[in-house]
Design a protein around this ligand. Structure first.
Ligand code: COA
Length: 191
């Protein structure tokens, strides 16, 4: 995931089928063995500001986000739920411990909107398979939504943990797909 604020604005007009009349009410992905995914709200600002303000989590982003930018991230995702029926969801344990976010957004690849899976896990919870477990639920969810033929992941070429998560989802680097950032590679999976 690469979404900067400019990217977020750019995608507000992306294809929307779900959430339109005739489509069922939209829910987050199913619970997994250890995790629950749910909509982000303003009440998550402390957790999201800590996550997106962490230098380790933001290593491959232009800069860590301050509290104002974290609040905009939450607003961006709430717009995504309203416009598309999906976005990045809060990932937490069944007991409600905050772990990070994970979900589906529209991102520009080859100049057109492509569905992307993205994930961020707080450092103290990394390396336990949480990103993979949450993202697998998002892959299933993407299949059920039927809004895209392929799922992508836009990953900085040096971001090995993220690449490993993509590979464990069954994604492969797709050299035919390009993001405008020259240091990012696009992975994809047929849905
Ligand atoms: C990418 C990220 C979400 C992975 O979260 P996670 O819950 O630790 O992921 P998982 O435990 O499911 O899997 C991590 C994989 O990366 C591997 N990994 C972790 N650190 C690594 C490193 N420094 N070098 C190589 N591989 C590494 C793990 O070994 C594991 O792979 P394995 O199962 O083959 O051993 C987490 O590292 C993160 O939040 N990074 C910062 C945000 C980010 O870059 N998000 C993705 C943007 S595209």
């Amino acid at each position: 995931m690469i979404a900067g604020d400019a990217d977020q604005a750019e995608h507000s007009g992306s294809p929307t089928h779900v959430g339109s009349p005739g489509y069922p009410e939209l829910m987050p992905p199913r619970d997994t063995a250890r995790l629950r995914l749910r909509e982000m709200t303003d009440d998550d600002l402390d957790d999201m500001a800590a996550l997106l303000g962490d230098l380790r989590v933001m290593e491959y982003y232009p800069h860590p986000k301050d509290r104002t930018e974290a609040a905009e991230w939450i607003r961006w995702n709430r717009r995504n739920y309203a416009e598309h029926g999906f976005g990045l969801w809060i990932v937490e344990t069944h007991k409600g411990e905050f772990l990070g976010d994970c979900g589906l957004t529209w991102q520009t690849v080859n100049g057109t909107p492509h569905l992307e899976v993205g994930f961020h896990v707080k450092p103290s919870a990394q390396g336990k398979g949480f990103a993979t477990e949450a993202a697998l639920a998002c892959v299933d969810h993407a299949r059920e939504l039927e809004v895209a033929a392929i799922l992508t992941a836009i990953i900085h070429r040096d971001n090995r943990p993220s690449r490993r998560v993509a590979e464990k989802l069954g994604m492969q680097r797709n050299p035919e797909l390009r993001h405008k950032s020259p240091v990012h590679e696009v992975f994809s999976l047929d849905l």
